[in-house]
Design a protein around this ligand. Structure first.
Ligand code: FAD
Length: 387
């Protein structure tokens, strides 16, 4: 281990974005190189929004789960600045913010997430915690009998289908509890349910859907909703529905100075370096990795933090890209844990499925749906923000 630098000589790590990727990077740097780097977090929101809680929040009337970024930054000895990164001048090692300030960095970690847009014209797009009131309204229409048949739709190109499965399961469960008749369908481009977790996971998820009476129609690419409410499929067929709720399509961020693919995503090497830009790294939903998931964002963040800690002389293990996809699927009688490893193209290489140990009442508490090496234990000990 090389000597610890004086505080003025510490490398300045600028992190853009206070979501799963950005917060895990901060926590990992504190753990791996506590006195070797100086960290500034810039985020355009004062809160770290725990988006995966959105599906449950729609049904349990709980406020949006979020954490205060200033408080997290204070805990880890970082500076927090509420602002937006708008341009990167990589050669000059400088980022321009919306306030027109320029911040110099030694290393820049971009974790600004993706932009979610409607994928199926005419459908209600469920993006995140901002749409929970639509689901509550839809439930009240089902209760009153105004609606009967509801379709949850997963179009091709969807980078994280799990929320639509949860919404379908939670809707069917609630209808059963209220003894209200209604028809819940899940229409997906996937050939078998949640096949991104590998062949072993699909029968388990299929059983769960069947148990709750959710009809799964796979291998069908939903395209648009017509005036009568019917869902048109790529095959030319249509499915009658009173409402269609769809997953969004994601696009990359708009930050000047970054090379992007045709959908705006940023390509990195296996260890998180943005191709062609010195000392610039990217993690999470903004990258071109096909599956966009908080747990993957956290793993990418850990690898980058290890690299940065190593570069600053800390004794750390050799960084190695691992992509373990873990999820806690809620909506059935008990949460189900799904796990697989992914190759560099995002294909499942091995699957293990586990039944959860949580009971129903516990599944209604702030959910631990994202697995981050440093984030999970940290959030367990930190109180969420009060809405
Ligand atoms: C309904 C739903 C359910 C989900 N369920 C799960 C689940 O069960 N498990 C799981 O692992 N994942 C789940 N995900 C996916 C997970 O939420 C995302 O993959 C994760 O949020 C990505 O993390 P990120 O850090 O890349 O981006 P984000 O979490 O989106 O954070 C990006 C941050 O950057 C800020 N920002 C944006 N632009 C700028 C800018 N220019 N400058 C500065 N700051 C900026 C934003 O305000 C935000 O704070 C779910 C997502 C949704 C919507």
């Amino acid at each position: 281990m090389s000597p610890v630098p004086s505080s003025s000589d510490r490398a300045h790590v600028l992190i853009a974005g206070g979501g799963f990727g950005g917060v895990e990077t901060m926590l990992a740097l504190r753990a791996l190189a506590p006195e070797r780097v100086r960290v500034t977090l810039v985020s355009d929101s004062p809160s770290f929004a725990y988006k995966p809680a959105a599906t449950m929040e729609a049904f349990f009337e709980t406020p949006p789960l979020a954490y205060d970024l200033q408080a997290i930054a204070t805990d880890v000895g970082a500076s927090f600045r509420r602002d937006r990164v708008e341009a990167v001048a990589a050669e000059a090692h400088s980022a321009r913010l919306a306030s027109f300030a320029h911040l110099h960095y030694d290393a820049l970690v971009l974790a600004v997430g993706a932009r979610a847009a409607s994928a199926i014209p005419g459908a209600l797009t469920f993006r995140d915690q901002h749409e929970t009131h639509h689901i509550r309204h839809l439930m009240s229409e089902l209760r009153s009998g105004t609606l009967r048949r509801i379709i949850f739709a997963v179009p091709s190109g969807c980078s994280w289908p799990l929320p639509l499965y949860e919404l379908a399961l939670l809707t069917a469960t609630r209808l059963g509890e209220l003894d209200v008749s209604g028809e819940v369908m899940l229409v997906s481009h996937e050939t078998t349910p949640l096949c991104l977790f590998g062949a072993e996971a699909s029968p388990l998820v299929a059983n769960l859907l069947a148990e709750r009476g959710v009809r799964f129609i796979g291998g069908s690419d939903p395209q648009s909703v017509d005036r009568s409410g019917a869902l048109a499929l790529a095959s030319g067929e249509t499915l009658d529905a009173d409402r269609v709720v769809a997953a969004p399509k994601l696009g990359g961020p708009k930050i000047a100075g970054l090379p992007a693919d045709r959908r705006g995503f940023i390509t990195t090497d296996a260890l998180g370096s943005v191709i062609g830009l010195p000392d610039v790294y990217a993690v999470g939903d903004m990258t071109s990795f096909p599956i966009k998931q908080g747990g993957l964002a956290a793993q990418q963040a850990d690898v980058i933090a290890q690299r940065l800690a190593f570069d600053q002389g800390a004794t750390v293990a050799q960084p190695r890209a691992r992509r373990v996809l873990r999820a806690r699927l809620v909506g059935g009688a008990n949460p189900v844990f799904l796990r697989t490893e992914l190759d560099e193209l995002g294909q499942a290489t091995a699957a293990t499925t586990l039944h959860g140990h949580f009971n129903d009442s516990e599944s209604n508490t702030p959910p631990e749906k994202v697995f981050g090496r440093y984030l999970s234990p940290y959030l367990r000990a930190r109180a969420p923000q009060v809405a």
